[in-house]
Design a protein around this ligand. Structure first.
Ligand code: UTP
Length: 301
């Protein structure tokens, strides 16, 4: 049997315009927005490193200096924290990227779509299967992270996978939607995939979330797909073409996903992560109790 390659490289497309978060995203990349005190991109990087990834590839644009700055070493800050005896913070800063992890960047000159962003990473990825993580889909898992679960499925089956979850049927127009087929191994494989169908045309209510393990063959398919929904080069369309000759698993991950590209999802993630934080939880609960009390009181009480 052919030995499976390890999943070593992860692509982080961070070159989108983040229009749903304007005006903040006029100068702050969406992926740098913090949930409690950590930027979204750091949660995705931590998930990738936990899953055994050793090379992080950021697809960025010329305006997103903040992401490059965030991942660059800052000797002055570290010297300052050390001198102040702030050891815990020093370690957090030093661990932003563990020492044995390689970081690479490629520029997407124009935001032509997610598919185009992934295609921009083709030379850095080369001829091996790889992961893609969209940092604005934040996934809080009870034990192993979502990507780790997908890497395990890769080792068990040799098939790539896409993260999926059930979404409200009325919201199919915001997601890639998959239909499934079951295989003799008892796992769910993707039969078809379509980008942002109207509810009446959707093959299911299983929406794609921003985690993928893909074979390198996807790059040649991305090179030939035409602009699709929204005039963008869609990763979904290349995946649909891939399904003709490669099986892909639908990975219904264990965990909760927050769509942090939307204000609602971002705020819910902030509240949930803050409630898990021992320094923040009690103050926040007191605040909620006060809000509920004020809300329940009739005006003039
Ligand atoms: P989204 O569609 O969620 O991000 O793309 P967006 O376009 O930045 O956000 P809105 O819809 O305008 O608010 C999913 C991911 O793909 C990246 C984004 O940065 C995000 O992480 N992306 C999207 C690119 O890197 N390049 C693109 O051309 C488009």
């Amino acid at each position: 049997m052919k030995r499976l390659q390890a999943i070593r490289k992860a692509v982080f497309p961070v070159a989108g315009l983040g229009t749903r978060f304007l005006p903040a995203t006029k100068s702050i990349p969406k992926e740098m927005l913090p949930i409690v005190d950590k930027p979204l991109i750091q949660y995705a990087v931590d998930e990738a490193v936990e899953a055994g990834i050793d090379t992080l590839i950021f697809v960025t644009n010329r305006k997103k200096r903040a992401i490059l700055d965030y991942f660059a070493a800052d000797g002055d800050l570290q010297t300052h924290l050390q001198a102040q005896g702030q050891h815990a913070l020093f370690t957090r800063i030093a661990d932003i990227i563990p020492a044995d992890i390689k970081v690479e960047y490629v520029i997407q000159e124009q935001a032509l779509g997610l598919g185009h962003a992934v295609w921009c990473a083709r030379e850095l990825v080369g001829d091996e299967p790889f992961a893609v993580l969209l940092a604005d889909d934040l996934i809080r898992s009870p034990a192993e992270g979502c990507l780790q679960q997908m890497v395990e499925a890769w080792h068990a089956t040799g098939a790539g996978s896409i993260g999926v979850e059930e979404i409200p049927p009325a919201m199919t127009g915001r997601y890639g939607i998959v239909s499934l087929r079951s295989d003799s191994d008892g796992r769910d494989y993707i039969r078809g995939i379509v980008e942002k169908p109207a509810p009446a045309d959707a093959p299911s209510n299983l929406g794609v979330v921003g985690r993928y393990i893909l074979p390198a063959e996807i790059f040649s398919l991305l090179a030939s797909v035409q602009a699709g929904v929204g005039g963008e080069i869609q990763l979904t369309d290349a995946i649909a073409a891939l399904l003709g000759n490669q099986p892909l698993l639908a990975h219904a991950f264990a965990g909760v996903r927050y769509d942090c590209g939307s204000r609602q999802g971002f705020i819910q993630a902030t509240v949930d992560y803050a409630l898990e934080h021992e320094e923040l939880r009690d103050g926040l609960l007191q605040h909620f109790a006060k809000l509920t009390h004020n809300h329940d009181r009739a005006p003039g009480d």
